[in-house]
Design a protein around this ligand. Sequence first.
Ligand code: FAD
Ligand code: ZN
Length: 464
Amino acid sequence: MPTLIDQLKAIVGAGGWKTDPTELQPHLTEWRGLVFGATPILVAPKSSKEVSEVVRACAAAGVAIVPQGGNTGLCAGAVPDESGEQVLLSMARMNRIRDLDASNYSMEVEAGCVLADIQRAASAADRYFPLSLGAEGSCQIGGNLATNAGGVNVIRYGTARALVLGLEVVLADGTVLDGLRSLRKDTAGYDLKQLFVGSEGTLGIMTAATLRLFPDPGETATALLALDGSVDAVLLLAKLRASLADRIEAFELVAKRIFDLVEAHIPGAKLPFDEAYPWYVLIETATGGDPELLENALSNAADESLILDAVIAKNATEADNLWRLRHSIAEAERHAGVGLKHDISVPIGRMQEFLIRGEARLAQLMPEAKLLVFGHVGDGNLHYNVALPRTMTPDALQAAGSRITEAIYDLVAEMGGSFSAEHGVGRSKRSYLEKYRGGPEIDLMRRLKKALDPQNILNPGKVI
Ligand code: FAD
Ligand code: ZN
């Protein structure tokens, strides 16, 4: 290890590494502050060539590497284990936007670019990069692609997977795979880039990506709607989709209990209604030049008493304030110490059934437990979180927590859904991958892992 550390320092040069425990500490704690790791060194290469040299040196020494982006992932995938024997590879210094081709609607960026910087660069060129999530000010595009992040605009633009045209990846032996093409159509062989998207640093280290850009959607309209039941949100979306078609940019469901947490823990956060309602939907649409479009669509739906109340943002500041409420949820939950988190998906057509059966199953298992639900209804993806009574002992909490989580995941599986819709597997959900994707599926995953990383040095102990 000491020889390797000297080699790594020489590769990345002064300013490219950290060994001071105080400086390392934030990189060794996952976002929720529940999982901790150890490392002898953090290296932050500045180029793909340096990443390749770091990987080669680690491979020769048989030492594992944990890639880290903004460390905002929610499954503890970006922190090393407790052994103190894994090298932490930060992508933070690879943060250049290499090229933006407005006519090709594409841009080439290094993996360490912060998502918000990419959105701004696209916007400055009168183009649009639609990936958007609460952590966008600190997460990196490499992390977004490695977790196949979703966020609030999937309903119209798809997940991170749909937004990548090409990738540059450093393989486990240090080979640089240059797949930075910017083609919309390419049927030459297997689509290798998609193998790395969603692989959470276990198959290769992404160093750069060519991203798909879109025309600026132009004027948008944003509204916060109050509803009586979560099922109404599913019915409302089906109705609005028929009239607004693909103009719906976001359709986010939030339970009252969740917004209560936001108001309690986020300074200045305040819902724009005088009274409280059980459920809310934040909707954003492209107006397509018709400023009345959303209002008219909502009036039609209100006629059928699906909407109890609504606030339509009058300007960009009001829209930003509504979005701030939505984007503060994860932070508010962190402050509140929300108990069980489940990031599940079911086929959109079965959302209604899931909401009804899920609530009934929880009430049967533990009537005192409280559902804290929000999510992306249009994607069939809910953050189906559960708060357990604070009076329970830690042992009882753990036992009840496992039972509830299994019951929810079993229901999801029964309905053809997934126990991980957009946060990945990381370290926290490995056993569930084994349980719900066992048999030939996980077997093939293991064969791929072995073929691409025979020494098991890329983020071992994560995913599979
Ligand atoms: P990290 O946390 O650093 O890493 C995540 C994983 O990717 C790790 O396994 C790591 O090893 C690997 N990795 C990182 N960079 C690379 C690379 N260059 N090459 C290979 N592997 C790499 N997710 C959603 O999908 N939708 C949301 O709406 C959403 N909202 C969020 C809101 C908040 C407030 C927070 C804190 C998180 C949210 N997330 C959401 C979680 C989401 O997965 C991450 O925010 C983001 O995608 C991870 O990016 P990151 O750069 O922080 O990656
Ligand atoms: Zn989400």
